[in-house]
Design a protein around this ligand. Sequence first.
Ligand code: DX5
Ligand code: ZN
Length: 226
Amino acid sequence: MPRIEIAPSVLPADFARLGEEVAALEAGGADRIHWDVMDGQFVPNLTFGPDVIAAARKHTTLPFEAHLMVLTPDNMAAQYIAAGCQRLTVHAEACTHLHRTLGNIASLGAAASVSLNPATPVSAVAHVLELIDMVLIMTVNPGFGGQKYIAAMEPKVRELKAMIDAAGLAGRVSIEVDGGISPTTVAPIVQAGASVLVAGSALFRDPLGVGHAVAELRAAAQAALA
Ligand code: DX5
Ligand code: ZN
């Protein structure tokens, strides 16, 4: 059974207490912190600069991944890595030279991943799978938390999983999903091949706290694979 990883998005967190929020996510059993970086151009929202991420860095030992929903990821890759991100995820739709961008991220010492918007076919990563160890399939249109999960992405995840397996990269390239992920939506997308789960609203709206929500999401995903 693939190891399920929970990657909380801090988009719904209390931005006035980000240090405490990432510490609580670590205490609550999260595997990594997912920073939804938005530039107000690629998506109609503006979020975390590198200095904000750097301020949160000392409050947790968890790996940081930056989901760069930005038009020009090459311009700021080095700053997000210097801020403490171990992984940068760029959007295929934003990269004129995706192969070069991914090579640049690796040369800067970070893990490189590619994110695909709902309308973008998995063929967009067919020729860069050797350069990455994760593909992020958006299960909402990027820009905001709290949106409705797009179930039509399940066959897309299955198609990507088959592509990864056919390339002999099973176990080396994982599939992450992001958007509307909760205990009630997670089963089919995990059965399709996703193993890294980004969730924001489902974790922060739990009245029993993020620890309870992380455990509940992990249990629902594992039950789907049992
Ligand atoms: C969209 C964002 C969201 C966020 C999680 O651009 O990337 O998907 O991470 O959102 P929810 O609240 O749906 O888990
Ligand atoms: Zn994200």
